[in-house]
Every structure is written in C-alpha cells, then in structure tokens.
Design a protein around this ligand. Sequence first.
Ligand code: NCD
Length: 301
Amino acid sequence: MHHLLGIHGMQAGAISHLLACAQNPAATRLDGKVILNLFLENSTRTRLSFDMAAQRLGARVMTMTADGSSLKKGESLGDTLHTLAAMQPDGVVIRCSENGSAQLAADIFTCPVINAGDGTNEHPTQALLDALTLTQRFGTLAGLRISIVGDIAHSRVAHSNALLLSTMGAAVTLCGPSALLPTDTAPWLGDNITVTDSLARALDGAQAVMALRLQKERFATHLNIDEAAYHASYGLTADRVAGDVAVLHPGPMNRGVEIDDALADDATRSLIVQQVANGVTMRAAVLATLLAPTHAMKVAA
Ligand code: NCD
C-alpha cells in the first residue's frame, strides 16, 4: 500500500493489518521525515490528530490552509499540488472539498498521499479510527449491527464507514430523511448495507449507532432541511437510544440537532471522546505503515 485514498477497493486483510498496527503501538520512528498537511477545508480533529501523530513519531509537519495561500490568488489546485511536489515532502495529508482531490494528489506526488476527506467522497482514516473504537468495545466487527443516522448522501464519513464495516462483516443500516439518502446507484452501496428513512427501524436491534451532522455546506441550493423538524424525527436522544447501545459521532457535533446533550455526554454509552483519542493512534499507524512500511509490518506480525 503506497497511498491511502479510500476504503473503496481495500481488502479486509489490509484493514485488519492497520487495526493490528494501531493496537500494537510500537517504536516506529519517522525522524527526519517532513509531512505536508494540506488542509484546504476546515478541520479540528483530523488536522490536529494527524499533526499530533506525526510529531509523536518524530516527523516534522508543515501545514498549509487555503487561506493565506496562492489558491486565493487564482492558482489552480493542480498547479498548487505540482508546486508542492517539487519541494519533495516525505508524505502528504490532504483535505479538500473537491471529490477526487486526493487521487489528483496521488497522481502528482511520488511520496505517500493520505486522504483526510475529499468532498462527499471518502474519509478513510475516520472509518479506520471508528473501526478501532468499535473493535475495542465489541471485540470484533464481524456480525456487529450498526446504524449510521444523518446526512448519508453528503457524508464522506458515512461512505467510508459503510464500505469498511460491510467489508469486515458488520451489518450496516444507513438512515436519514429521504432527501439525504443515497441513490440506488451510489458506488459504495453493497452487501450488508440496508437503507431506511425510518429511525425506529434503524434503532431496532442496533448495538451501535453513529450520528452524523447535516453537511449544509454541501447541500444543493434547493435543499432546505429545517433543523428542528430534523431533530424531532432523526435526532438521537438519551431516550430514543435504548439501553447499552454504543454511541459514536465523528464531530463536529451540532448539539440539539443530530444528537442531544444527554446522549453526547453519557459516560457509559458515548464513545465520542474515545474516537478522538483513537484518531491520533490510528493516524500514527497509517503514517507508520505508509512512511516506514518495513517496520510497521514487523509490528503487526
Ligand atoms: C467529518 C468530516 O470532515 O468529514 N469530520 C471529521 O473529520 N471528524 C464530519 C463532518 O464534518 O461532519
């Protein structure tokens, strides 16, 4: 594996390998490596956890955001990437609102490229850290019944998670209002994935449930979802989510819309803080695997 562009096309073995690396944090060092963090779209957790992971491994990190760059002077993404490639970083982490931007970077850079979220397409390290979190809670992903509730159509987190979890043998239900559900032709729909607009059906029998934000910045102009109405029908609340169901959210949370305070802050059910911690662990495993592959393979063996 040279790049990590998406979960699409990844075999179960490669996913298990990364989970094993994350669960055996070893002495992999990336001293002397320089990683370019290209965050052309806003981020808190993903950007800082890549930065934290890289620095903990001894690498140095250079971060570029769109603001303050020549993208604001009209330079194209392609020209920007060619410019940065000429500086020869050892690894590139890219987040961008354009679908396919990570693939474009991989076509330009010779070093490993990691997709930190490209438009509505994929967010593979989020799915991997969620898989790590679920594995810690349930022991295995095989047979796990998990529902993902929210803006499925626009959420790269939903897409990467649906692909990863179904590949690993979990039964995935995707739930949201019909305007925010995928079309039947979405490339990441497949075996083990059910789609419903009924929250009751999605919660029935689920062992874990993941709430997702309304991705308003990606809505087509005609799409208008009222937040209060959304919360009334699809908001995850402490009352609606039964018993000991595990609760996940990739952040950023819009409290009172897709999740209520009582559930988000429920110390026994909410895995949200653990997800953030695992973000550092999993990104360290990905960086080590791609930038120091021989060492990371020994760790997982
Ligand atoms: C997500 C993203 O950027 O896709 N956030 C994250 O990386 N933790 C989810 C979102 O923005 O809603």
